[in-house]
Write a protein that binds this ligand. Sequence first.
Ligand code: ARG
Length: 467
Amino acid sequence: MADDTTDTKSSNQMWGGRFASGPDAIMEEINASIGFDKKLFAQDIRGSIAHATMLAHQGIISADDKDKIVHGLNTILSEIGSGNFEFSRQLEDIHMNVEARLATLIGPAAGRLHTARSRNDQVALDFRLWVKEELQKTEQMLIGLIAAFLDRAEEHAESVMPGFTHLQAAQPVTFGHHCMAYVEMFGRDRSRVRHAIEHLDESPIGAAALAGTGYPIDRHMTAKALGFREPTRNSIDTVSDRDFAIEFLSIAAIAGMHLSRLAEEIVIWSTPQFGFVRLSDAFSTGSSIMPQKKNPDAAELVRAKTGRINGSLVALLTIMKGLPLAYSKDMQEDKEQVFDAAESLELAIAAMTGMVRDMTVNTARMKAAAGSGYSTATDLADWLVREAGLPFRDAHHVTGRAVALAESKGCDLAELPLSDLQAIHPDITDKVYNVLTVEASVASRKSFGGTAPSEVRRQIAFWRARN
Ligand code: ARG
């Protein structure tokens, strides 16, 4: 409901010709989009200036009318920008609000602006321009988040932590390596953003209602003026297409899923039971009843925002799936989904960037946890293969017996005396202790993409050059 808009008593100035009476109040309420599409004012005015300039260049309107139109539009731009514009719900949407104001400002010349266009190509243009800018902003924010992770990864290229599968300690890794996993994820999100910008980089204006126009317009000229690579090729598709919005939402949903997994890890890591990280005061909250608590609310909300973004993606896919070509008013419902998702995504990336930069990493806790749970068992098996020539399956079995023995004695693998190990397999020598520490385990994993500090530093250098 656009309750911050003003109702006026006059009948519709834009399409009222064949209408004897104004709309029912409910009709006006369900029909109006000004409450949310006023967000598109700058794009709408930019589009109109490019369109009017092209119309004059093609001799479709006079240079004098074009000058008046451009001047009036610039006045409206500053009026809206400074909050001195009265939006009217009776004028439905941003397009008609701007045009009506233009008529008040410059008189009859305003009526020439809508020559050779329709609100169908106009809204497609405004929304594309908005989504394009939002994608560019998203890319910058992802760059910031990746940079935060690169710094933490560099700082902790050697800090050992448990690596998990099934959330059970599996093998030691470094915290730097874990950070770099997120760099890969957000790096993919960034490349999806770039592809989406490429996909939408076609100008819709000039498709008109759906069939193109008989006026001698120059769509290449408007495309260029508005910073698009080229005009769209099919006028019917142009006014029917919302793929660019759906792509934005899919990207937001995938990035949101990444952010949410990170949020979940931060929630787990910051529990007193794990104690791997401590969130800064700036990114946590207290409890109104339990004085000892420090809650990871920001991480939890990032996790929740992701659900909301997913909802927007499903909403728009569902809105679009049954629509015959070309434009239907259903498509007006595209904007709130995208606006809401964009706001959630921006907040989520900003909050995560702050949390990652600010959190204190408890390397001692991480290292202690990395050593527990027989996390170097695979290293023992690998040693048996390498040094004693056992087939891996046999080595696995021997190691299993060593783990069982250590478990029964309540000690770590590295704490088993050599005699115990040799009782399990005679070829074991005291050299085995070199691989049973978490540092040795981590340092040995030098395979491309592995967790050895040297490998992690190579990954960091790769991404530093790219980001
Ligand atoms: N407010 C409309 C929207 O957001 C603009 C296009 C209206 N077109 C029309 N044929 N009624 O989709």
